[in-house]
Ligand binder design. Structure first.
Ligand SMILES: Cc1ncc(COP(=O)(O)O)c(C=O)c1O
Length: 413
């Protein structure tokens, strides 16, 4: 494939103008890390400026409006994950939300002592489940999934039984981007009477999700990847409406109280999903999430997903054509139907390769142990020529020869 193909795809790209909504230096390195931290949009910058201004003007009186933001922004974000109103809150971090929902699910299935997860899931998911299992004396069954194709549904089915209280999985794997069939897995889990918790961190804003349609129980995710809300922006949680009253979350904070300003002697959980709030929500972060979500809604998730698939298919083709002869290989499912919004490339010297790309200001990608580089071409602002040029630069670095893996990796890779 030559560059003219990518140029033609850009000419036909109906989302091309959305790149202008982000300050981008075309002379800089090619940013292929939107699956880790999305770019800064002008809209999010303006929302943060306006938020600081509002704080300055209104001071504490602003809380009469700000207090509604977790639910209001949650309802808007819900449109991206197939959730009707009153079921999504933007609050806390993904990790904290995962803990709250997993703990609530375990309490809602007394007597069942098994949690099922994926041994290749993102570390925070595995650590939170392991911590809960240890604290409650439960068994944690982590299924060994294929690092490229992901979890096998038959193996998953074999691990769930009548002792299972909770199954917790990522919809799109953080490393390979292998994507699970959300509806089929949820149905399987329900057939055993267990509750299903989805981590949508690599899905929201990139891949269509239909939580209500799948009758999903619980979900969490982050807003700093494809929603571009900024480093450490708040996460979100989803609780199916019919389930909320049966669940009690473990952090009994005043924001989850039925009548917060009564300042009463005892905790009484709020009606509905509001009981999953904890303490004061991060208002500036919420304003950033709101602006990020609106930009994705404006572009249209269907359009973004169509472009994302075209980008990752092109990348997969280029990886096989240009990088495979140099010892690299696609470490993601080949078919877009089984993949999310990024692709992984395996190479024995992946860290040395990735750091050379960063040091020489060629491509911003990230390294994931033990041997993968991830490319996350976020459809809102990534051109097809960016994908093409990124692979060409990666090829040039490989051809010029890599130094030995330095071994001493920085704290962030
Ligand atoms: C699948 C998944 N879950 C959770 C997280 C992070 O959680 P937190 O936002 O609490 O740091 C990430 C971060 O990349 C992730 O990929």
């Amino acid at each position: 494939m030559d560059r003219a193909v990518a140029e033609a795809l850009d000419r036909g790209d109906t989302l091309a103008s959305f790149r202008e909504r982000f300050p981008i230096d075309d002379a800089g390195p090619i940013y292929m890390d939107g699956n880790s931290l999305g770019r800064t949009s002008y809209a999010v910058r303006a929302a943060l400026d306006a938020g600081v201004h509002e704080w300055q003007e209104r001071m504490v009186s602003g809380w009469s409006d700000w207090i509604e933001l977790p639910a209001q922004v949650g309802d808007r974000l819900g449109l991206l994950i197939g959730a009707g109103p009153g079921q999504v809150l933007v609050c806390d971090s993904t990790t904290i939300n995962l803990y709250k929902l997993a703990d609530a699910a375990l309490s809602a299935r007394p007597g069942r002592m098994v949690i099922v997860g994926d041994a290749n899931d993102f570390p925070t998911d595995r650590y939170v489940l392991a911590g809960l299992a240890a604290a409650r004396g439960c068994e944690l069954r982590l299924i060994g999934s294929d690092p490229i194709t992901g979890l096998d549904l038959d193996e998953l089915a074999g691990a769930i039984d009548e002792q299972t209280a909770l199954v917790s999985l990522s919809h799109v794997n953080y490393r390979s981007a292998a994507r699970l069939d959300l509806e089929a897995v949820t149905d399987l889990v329900h057939r055993h009477g267990a509750l299903m918790l989805w981590d949508l961190s690599h899905s929201a804003g990139a891949v269509p999700v239909a939580l209500d349609g799948a009758e999903a129980d619980l979900a969490v995710g982050c807003s700093y990847k494809y929603l571009n809300a900024g480093p450490g922006a708040p996460g979100y949680l989803y609780v199916r409406k019919a389930l909320a009253e049966d669940l009690r979350q473990p952090i009994c904070g005043w924001f989850g109280h039925q009548d917060q300003f009564e300042m009463g002697p005892a905790y009484q959980p709020a009606v509905g999903v509001g009981r999953f709030l904890t303490g004061s929500p991060p208002i500036l972060g919420l304003l950033a999430v709101s602006a990020g979500v609106e930009l994705v809604l404006e572009a249209g998730l269907g359009n973004l997903w169509a472009k994302s698939q075209a980008l990752t298919v092109m990348l997969a083709d280029l990886i096989e054509e240009r990088l495979a002869p140099l010892g690299a290989s696609l470490a993601s499912p080949r078919e877009p139907a089984r993949r999310g919004g990024h692709v992984a490339i395996a190479h024995p010297q992946a860290w040395s390769w990735c750091s050379a790309l960063l040091e020489r200001q060629l491509v911003v990608a990230d390294f994931r142990t033990p041997d993968a580089i991830r490319l996350g071409p976020a459809a809102l602002y990534t051109r097809f020529v960016d994908g093409y040029d990124a692979v060409e630069r990666m090829e040039a670095v490989l051809t010029s020869g890599l130094t030995a893996d330095p071994g001493d990796r920085p704290r962030v890779t």
